[in-house]
Write a new protein. Structure first.
Length: 505
């Protein structure tokens, strides 16, 4: 989830301007560049500049954040000075609290069920504007199988698992530790409960410091009266996470006592189920991402779900291993298998593939990524019956993300042999070349001799070709200087070689 999508248009423009400055070298951008990047007018930028400074002053952030303008070389520049990065988060929260989409969702999450008439009055918008806001929000919520309904009163409908996951991440990314709105339970109480959570299979010690996990626990406490909606069928209760270990049974015992303090009317069976629900939610949200070994629970669930993503993930892992020149390490195999099981577990309870973490940015020309994408795409095409067409693309991205992050690909990438030729200083050329090569992206070795294994000759002189034998077929790369343009050319050349060698292996 990207919390910025819940900003209103004006607030979004302000925040985009600030992000442009934050990302710029020394936080400084010319007015001409801002006009081009924001695609807006001179008057709008000047007005935004004044409003942002007023906002900084209003929430007393002037000692942590300064937005200034200056003139140099007949150009006007804007500059952002940041003394404390957290100030940026407080400013974002200020803009969110001025935005109707955000306020509407926050109020609904906390149980303020307004009629359409009450909502238009509270948020100072017309009925048509309110409907447009709701329609826009529903485009974002559909990935979780939930919808913001306007029937009778504004409320969230749909998959209860999705509602809880959405609410927790929505609050964690906006309010975080800055404010705590729950009246049913304090932050200290939630942290006390988080300490109780234990397992012999996955690491749970980080939960107490994970703000997303703490909100998920609090949301579950606040929506206890909706727990029955988690299970459209009685059978689904059987698939709440459980493990037959001393640690987990102790957690259920201590957690049940905690539940009883919150609600003395809860029966023992309900107390136990609420604890299992919370642990299951933490798994679905990937708050328990570090694993000691794959829980036996998933193997049991996989056996009962033969034609599902549980089996698909295992089969894909076997396919990936077949494609590699050497087997995965035990740790890599364990981590990939566990994450694949979590993808299937989310699909089981959310009724669709659901992306928890934002996908990493990557360059498609990189040979390794292309190799993974091609393998995953081909595999999913051959097993198209496991997931609907419209979900296959997201599943491909999820599988690819896991493979990219859980495997040390440098061990498996084809070696690229590079021979350096320099007109003056070969060690200096070597240093520049290595500095320009992204770490852990390419598996390169610098050779002292040129032979049939050489994949690329890098030279800082334009006369190199004349020195090489006509029978030599490796491509040449002319290293002009250590610059962004040069390193980009070098990256693409290495990607081309890596892609060819992957295909040949």
């Amino acid at each position: 989830m990207n919390i910025e999508q819940f900003l209103g248009k004006k607030q979004q423009l302000k925040y985009t301007l600030l992000k442009q400055l934050l990302a710029a070298p020394e936080g400084r951008v010319s007015l001409a560049q801002l006009l081009e990047e924001l695609e807006t007018s001179y008057g709008t930028v000047v007005g935004l500049f004044k409003e942002i400074n007023d906002d900084i002053l209003e929430i007393r952030l002037t000692d942590k954040l300064q937005l200034i303008q200056e003139r140099a070389y007949a150009q006007k520049y804007y500059q952002l000075n940041v003394q404390e990065v957290t100030a940026f988060d407080y400013l974002l929260l200020q803009y969110l609290n001025e935005s109707v989409p955000f306020l509407l969702l926050k109020d609904v999450i906390f149980g303020q069920y307004l009629t359409v008439e009450e909502a238009t009055e509270q948020y100072h918008v017309s009925k048509s504007t309110l409907r447009r806001v709701v329609d826009t929000l529903n485009k974002e919520l559909t990935s979780l199988n939930i919808v913001l309904s306007m029937k009778k009163r504004l409320h969230l409908e749909g998959n209860e698992w999705g509602i809880r996951l959405f609410a927790a991440n929505f609050l964690a990314q906006s309010y975080g530790s800055k404010e705590w709105f729950f009246s049913c339970v304090s932050l200290a109480e939630v942290q006390r409960y988080a300490v109780m959570i234990a397992s012999q299979f996955v690491y749970t010690s980080n939960v107490v410091n994970d703000i997303s996990a703490l909100y998920l626990i609090a949301v579950s406490f606040s929506r206890r009266d909706q727990t029955d909606k988690l299970f459209p069928t009685e059978d689904q209760k059987k698939w709440l996470y459980i493990e037959d270990t001393v640690d987990f049974h102790q957690f259920l015992k201590e957690g049940s006592q905690f539940m009883l303090e919150l609600d003395p009317t809860l029966e023992e069976r309900e107390q136990r189920m609420e604890n299992q629900v919370i642990f299951t939610l933490l798994l679905l949200n990937n708050n328990l991402s570090l694993v000691q070994k794959t829980p036996h629970f998933f193997y049991q669930l996989s056996g009962k779900q033969e034609h599902s993503l549980f089996k698909l993930g295992v089969d894909l892992l076997m396919e990936i291993e077949r494609e590699l020149r050497k087997p995965l390490t035990i740790e890599e195999q364990l981590n990939v298998e566990y994450q694949f099981y979590l993808i299937a577990y989310r699909q089981f309870y959310l009724d669709k593939v659901y992306s928890v973490q934002p996908l990493s940015k990557r360059k498609e020309e990189q040979g390794t990524i292309r190799k993974i994408l091609e393998t995953v795409s081909s595999f999913l095409y051959d097993h198209s019956g496991f997931v609907p067409d419209h979900q296959r693309l997201l599943l491909k991205e999820e599988y690819t993300q896991v493979l990219l992050t859980q495997i040390d690909w440098l061990r498996y990438k084809p070696m690229i042999h590079i021979y350096l030729m320099s007109s003056g200083n070969r060690p200096y050329l070597s240093e520049e070349l290595l500095a320009a090569t992204p770490r852990r992206t390419f598996n390169i070795t610098l050779e002292n001799v040129i032979n049939e294994d050489t994949d690329l000759v890098v030279s800082d002189t334009g006369f190199t070709k004349k020195l090489l034998s006509d029978s030599f077929s490796a491509p040449m790369f002319y290293w002009k200087s250590y610059s962004a343009e040069n390193t980009d050319r070098f990256y693409k050349e290495l990607s081309r070689i890596s892609r060819r060698k992957w295909q040949e292996s």
